[in-house]
Design a protein around this ligand. Structure first.
Ligand code: CMP
Length: 137
């Protein structure tokens, strides 16, 4: 069993796609262990994406992540990190197939509808960023 963080980003949340994305998650067999919606501050977005702080897109990425509410979800299942990333499709939504969540609900590399942890150590950091231990029992 593995846990991973899924985010529905401000573009998909504002467009009303959070429910459809959760339905696709549940159809895939992954379990939702915890979920919360929130509106990130700039400092929180910068903290979450700190590994990208030297990248040229960091400022725009943080601006985008603060523009509206997001949904943070803890997913659980066998091989959950890879299964959620496969379900999302490639980072660049304009290159994602229509069968993927980013292909269906994203529009670009920045406005790509969803986020997923990329490894066990990042999943641990990212889940801890959004959830206290008691939220995920
Ligand atoms: P995400 O999976 O949330 O992880 C980091 C995010 O940075 C990524 O999705 C994209 O939204 C964004 N990103 C990655 N590369 C670029 C890029 N070249 N230009 C703009 N945004 C990017």
């Amino acid at each position: 069993m593995q846990r991973t963080l899924a985010l529905v980003k401000p573009d998909a949340y504002a467009a009303g796609h959070a429910g459809a994305i959760l339905a696709k998650i549940q159809e895939s067999g992954l379990s939702v262990v915890g979920a919360r919606s929130l509106h990130l501050t700039r400092a929180q977005a910068e903290g979450f994406y700190h590994v990208h702080s030297e990248r040229p897109f960091f400022g725009d990425l943080c601006t985008f992540m603060c523009e509206g509410k997001i949904l943070a979800v803890c997913l659980e299942g066998e091989d959950a990190i890879k299964r959620w990333r496969d379900l999302m499709g490639p980072t660049n939504a304009s290159e994602a197939g229509p069968e993927t969540i980013r292909g269906q609900f994203g529009t670009s590399i920045e406005r790509n509808a969803t986020h997923g942890s990329d490894a066990e150590d990042t999943a641990a950091f990212e889940l801890g960023f959004f959830f206290a231990g008691l939220d995920l029992v």
